[in-house]
Design a protein around this ligand. Structure first.
Ligand code: ADP
Length: 390
């Protein structure tokens, strides 16, 4: 099936037109700076060079309009559209064929992810109006985590507050964690039951998956929770927010911006949020960069321990996303923390795992199989469109 996969962020839109059977990508590209003065449109076809142009995208609808018009000139008939939706709230434990009701629910839960859901809903509305004959499928970052038990997802806040504001752990990166499970299971079969999935990119989360079911994950009500990330602080004492507002005079927006955009690796390294820059600094002995990496691995180890405990063991660990797939030193540091558990990484395999598809990097005799599995959220979305429109 020829599926257009749309992945919209707060000011960006990435797309791929792909065959959900062969995984061939016919066209792909991106719209940048949506809602800003000078936008950028990039488009590539059939593995060719990407053509980049100036553009103006006042809103998300104008961006998808440009994409659809551009794809109309590609000699591939679109048969369905899959949309990545950041927040499915309490409604969706699976992807859904979009109807008026589904769209209304995406908008109803939008206050939980205001920078994403409104734009994503606008894109769906535009697609439904412009191409009424095409099915649209919503694939939620949160739905995979809906299998968590109340003991894992409940926040110990007053019940009336929790219920009024729908406060609980929702998690994120569900499509990526689901992909990690699928591939690990395909490759390891009966040897894979308890998987710790480590999605380490700019945004980062861990997921405890037992026989395909999410038991727990590190992101919470929002994707700010859990691991220390590129620019996000991850889990800290929640009283820090009140303290900054009370003693520092910070406004809500200032704290929000600080914790999401100016914290994490960027704040500790004082150089960059990009792991490559921090690696270069650490190699030169920069103490802030060394601390940033040590903290990154330490916090990941601590939270991974909690994930492993939540499924009473682990037999498989997978690494994915920008840092997880590419930075063998982070993988080594992380796995060293679990030597007490019998985890052993083969240094040669680990260093050569980049860019070669799924790879086992654990050593013979390791108590846990450790793998690098490059994620493919677009493929999962395309497969869901195929499944829900069959
Ligand atoms: P996003 O959450 O934005 O999708 P990505 O999965 O693209 O993020 O990951 C971005 C992170 O991956 C950045 O910190 C970047 O430094 C890191 N990264 C990308 N390539 C490499 C590499 N070759 N070596 C180390 N880190 C890398």
């Amino acid at each position: 099936m020829n599926v257009l996969v749309v992945n919209a962020g707060s000011s960006t839109l990435k797309y791929q037109l792909m065959d959900s059977d062969t995984r061939e990508v016919f066209a792909k590209g991106n719209c940048e700076r949506i809602g800003q003065d000078r936008g950028i449109f990039g488009h590539a076809e059939f593995g060719g060079e990407k053509v980049v142009e100036d553009a103006l995208f006042p809103d998300h609808a104008s961006a998808i309009d440009r994409v659809l018009k551009c794809l109309a000139t590609v000699d591939v008939k679109i048969e369905g559209i899959g949309h990545r939706i950041v927040q499915g709230g309490w409604y969706f434990d699976d992807s859904a064929l979009v109807t008026e009701d589904v769209l209304a629910k995406i908008l109803e839960v939008a206050p939980l992810a205001p920078l994403h859901n409104y734009g994503e809903a606008a894109i769906i509305e535009h697609c439904m109006a412009a191409y009424p004959e095409l099915p649209n499928v919503a694939v939620f970052d949160t739905s995979f985590h809906m299998s968590m038990a109340p003991v894992a997802y409940t926040y110990p806040l007053p019940r009336a507050v929790r219920e009024k504001y729908h406060i609980r752990k929702y998690g994120a990166h569900g499509t990526s964690h689901r992909y990690e499970w699928m591939v690990a299971k395909q490759l390891l079969g009966d040897d894979c039951h308890r998987l710790l999935s480590c999605h380490l990119g700019n945004g980062a989360s861990l997921c405890a998956i037992e026989d395909g079911v999410c038991r727990d994950t590190t992101m919470g009500l929002t994707p700010l929770d859990g691991l220390m990330m590129g620019t996000r602080c991850g889990s800290i004492d929640p009283a820090t927010v009140c303290y900054l507002q009370r003693e520092g005079g910070y406004t809500y927006d200032e704290v929000d911006e600080m914790m999401n955009k100016r914290s994490g690796l960027l704040a500790v390294s004082q150089i960059s949020s990009d792991a490559r820059d921090i690696r270069a600094g650490a190699d030169e002995g920069d103490e802030n960069c060394l601390l940033a990496f040590d903290m990154y691995a330490y916090k990941a180890m601590q939270q991974a321990s909690a994930m492993i405990a939540s499924m009473a063991g682990v037999d498989t660990i997978t690494f994915t996303a920008g840092i997880g797939e590419n930075d063998w030193t982070i993988r080594r540091a992380f796995c060293h923390c679990f030597e007490w558990l019998g985890v052993r990484v083969d240094d040669v395999r680990n260093q050569h795992a980049v860019g070669r598809g799924p790879q086992v990097i654990s050593a013979a005799g390791s108590s846990v199989t450790v793998m690098v599995i490059p994620t493919d959220e677009e493929y999962m979305i395309a497969k869901d469109v195929e499944r829900l429109t069959a």
